[in-house]
Design a protein around this ligand. Structure first.
Ligand SMILES: *Cc1c(COP(=O)(O)O)cnc(C)c1O
Length: 385
């Protein structure tokens, strides 16, 4: 047996495998999952459909039935839709198809770290234009109605706004191959304005990916899907993992013009979306209205948790248009607070090691009792200190 191993691709040097510290806990508030599984009617119907799946056969490689259901919902055609093994697979496909050595991706941190790590794996040059932290007055709650106004106007919403002018100017130089704007942005909760995305699309031929994984929690009219009709360089990412309770099933989709979809289909793994996932996804799209009540509950809980966090002494909470809230325990060490929360059975996500979100934690919104329990635990930890 050989005692030596040839090194892997040099792009992998120094890469640390993705590990979000997803540990078992009484309260799982770290991964922005839906606190509830599929509504009973959907689950029942899915189980019947699953029992009929011929598991000895390969799935439909293009998942055309699912694509048709999605297309119908947006008034688009099958050719405008591509499904993937979670949105994450589609993000990698984009990074592969539009990146590579000698190509440039623009990143706007703090944002979803997967964009930059995919780019590095593909040997793409990553150029950063950081979001700017707006100072917020302690305890000043930004209600959802102001998110609504922001979505409709030309300014964004949130405490970590994009440096819009710098991004537009850089993209207009014409050498950026692609960029991803996360809106609502993970982990900060900011919402980009539709007006800004439109200016960005017009600034050059750069592929603009808008990651709308949390769009169902954002105000109406904040989605950029309607811009697809007039913009060849736009791709919008959606997922069933958050508002549709399917993080465990793995199904995400991309909406774009056929020119983009065809390129990505050259890259995608033919059978990445298995027949079980396709079957459950079809049921979800048939019964979509059954998810609305829970989404509405999560939105109102988010606003309530935001106000409660803002009212806590020594906590800076950042306004969010998603189903999570980034917050900073100002007088305490966030990593220690994370540990004490975990010891008390509450798992949140620790972002304190990131230079872009120093001393910050992110909590996902659960059902009211879970949120109450989180708030009470946090308050007692901060009082001890
Ligand atoms: C959760 C998430 C996704 C997609 O997740 P999948 O489970 O792979 O569909 C994409 N982008 C962001 C920012 C997310 O938080």
């Amino acid at each position: 047996m050989g005692q030596n191993l040839r090194p892997s691709n040099k792009n992998l040097e120094g890469v640390v495998p993705y590990d979000p510290k997803y540990l078992p806990a009484r309260l799982m508030l770290s991964a922005n999952e839906n606190p509830g599984s599929l509504p009973p009617a959907v689950a029942g119907s899915a189980i019947v459909a699953l029992s009929k799946v011929p598991m000895n056969r390969y799935p439909d490689p293009l998942a055309n039935d699912v694509r048709d259901l999605i297309a119908q919902q947006y008034g688009l055609a099958r050719e405008n839709v591509m499904v993937g093994n979670g949105g994450d697979e589609l993000l990698f496909n984009i990074a592969f198809a539009w990146g590579g050595p000698g190509r440039i991706m623009l990143d706007c941190p703090p944002t979803f770290s997967v964009y930059a790590s995919n780019a590095r794996l593909c040997g793409t040059t990553v150029l950063n234009i950081n979001r700017e932290l707006k100072s917020l007055e302690q305890g000043t709650a930004l209600p959802s109605s102001s998110a609504q106004q922001a979505a409709e106007s030309s300014s964004g919403y949130g405490a970590f706004p994009l440096n819009e002018e710098a991004v537009l100017e850089r993209v207009a130089q014409g050498d950026i191959d692609y960029l991803t704007i996360c809106s609502p942005n993970n982990p900060t909760g900011d919402l980009a304005s539709v007006g800004f995305i439109e200016r960005l699309l017009d600034a050059s031929d750069t592929l603009v990916v808008v990651d709308e994984a949390y769009e169902e929690f954002a105000p109406a009219a904040s989605s950029v899907v309607p811009l697809i009709e007039k913009h060849k360089n736009l791709a919008v990412l959606r997922t069933l993992s958050k508002a549709y309770s399917m993080a465990g099933v793995r199904l995400g989709y991309l909406l774009a013009n056929p020119e983009v979809i065809i390129e990505l289909q050259k890259v995608r793994q033919p059978y990445s979306v298995d027949s079980l996932s396709q079957t459950v996804a079809k049921e979800v799209f048939k019964f979509q209205e059954l998810f609305e009540a829970r989404t509405t509950m999560l939105i109102s809980e988010r606003d309530r948790v935001y106000e409660a966090l803002s009212a806590l002494d020594g906590v800076q909470a950042y306004p969010s248009a998603a189903n999570f809230i980034l917050f900073k325990p100002e007088g305490a060490d966030a990593a220690e607070v994370w540990q004490k929360l975990y010891d008390a059975g509450v798992l949140v996500r620790d972002f304190s090691a990131s230079i872009y979100t120093p001393n910050c934690l992110r909590v996902s919104i659960g059902i009211p009792e879970q949120n109450d329990s989180f708030l009470a635990t946090l308050a007692s930890i901060l009082e001890e200190d």
